[in-house]
Design a protein around this ligand. Structure first.
Ligand SMILES: C[S@@+](CC[C@H](N)C(=O)[O-])C[C@H]1O[C@@H](n2cnc3c(N)ncnc32)[C@H](O)[C@@H]1O
Length: 258
């Protein structure tokens, strides 16, 4: 197990809030990762659906993959989005599950929550809700969700074991976790692991694929599958670092035993 534990978890959260505050307030700014409509197209989201969303629902999108690519959501499903940011994936999920379903996005950055809640007011979907909270202590009751999704967030958490235990807790038996995140093919030197800038740029906080799998299995997930690699950083400011550590995104899927 090679999970990086030497980063200060509290300092990391403060820096992550600061970085994603910027992404919420100044989505047109310059970041080390792609954002917005360009990113959604790169990651293969349904163009017609994305075109139908207002700019404020898409412009702060900062995921690394498409969690819906490994399994379509079904009408009526209850979905939790871990680290919902500006709400993009929640609005995509809301369209798939329809009014008989429910979508709850959880995030810790106030400016992201204000943005996603403002978009909800504009679009008025009754079945979408955004809650303030930490992935490590989800404000969701046990066994509520059919599906837990996440996109580019768990790499930003120092304690991935607790995040997966929480995802497991909120899923019903037989429920599905499908999330996009990054994995590094080459080990990061310990100096890089402690560099918070590399974490907030979604480079240093990933795990090698084997470690993602062992962490998921330790939390109780089974039937794991992993997508082909996705070049989420090609052409972005973070490309050089991504290449240095062989960082690609993947979509992971696992189930809670029935
Ligand atoms: C890279 S952005 C991705 C947002 C969204 N999933 C998307 O695809 O646009 C990361 C988001 O995760 C949130 N986040 C990071 N760590 C978190 C934690 N421990 N608890 C709650 N939210 C967290 C940040 O506030 C930020 O909005």
């Amino acid at each position: 197990m090679t999970e990086a534990t030497s980063v200060d978890a509290q300092a990391l959260r403060a820096e992550v809030r600061e970085k994603y505050r910027e992404v919420a307030l100044e989505p047109g700014g310059s970041f080390h990762f792609h954002t917005g409509r360009k990113l959604a197209a790169l990651l293969g989201y349904d163009g017609e659906l994305v075109d139908g969303l207002p700019d404020r629902a898409v412009e702060s999108f900062a995921g690394v993959g498409n969690p819906f690519s490994v399994r379509r959501l079904a009408p009526g499903e209850r979905v939790v989005d871990l680290g919902s940011g500006g709400g993009f994936d929640c609005f995509v999920a809301a369209a798939a599950v329809g009014p008989a379903g429910r979508v709850i996005g959880v995030d810790m950055t106030p400016e992201m929550l204000a943005k996603s809640r403002g978009t909800k007011e504009l679009l008025e979907p009754d079945h979408v809700e955004f809650r303030e909270g930490l992935l490590e202590e989800l404000p969701i009751e046990d066994g509520w969700a059919d599906v837990v999704i996440s996109n580019g967030v768990i790499n930003l958490c120092a304690d991935k074991k607790t995040v997966f235990s929480e995802a497991f807790r909120v899923l019903r038996p037989g429920g599905i976790l499908q999330f996009a995140d990054i994995a590094n093919g080459k080990p990061l030197p310990s100096a890089a692991v402690c560099e918070i800038d590399l974490w907030t740029g979604c480079i240093a906080g990933g795990l090698p694929l084997d470690d993602w799998c062992s962490t998921l299995q330790a939390a109780g997930f089974e039937n794991l599958s992993i997508s082909s690699p996705i070049d989420a950083f090609g052409g972005s400011g973070g490309e050089q670092n991504a290449r240095a550590y062989d960082v690609f995104a993947y979509v992971f899927r696992g189930t809670k035993p029935a």
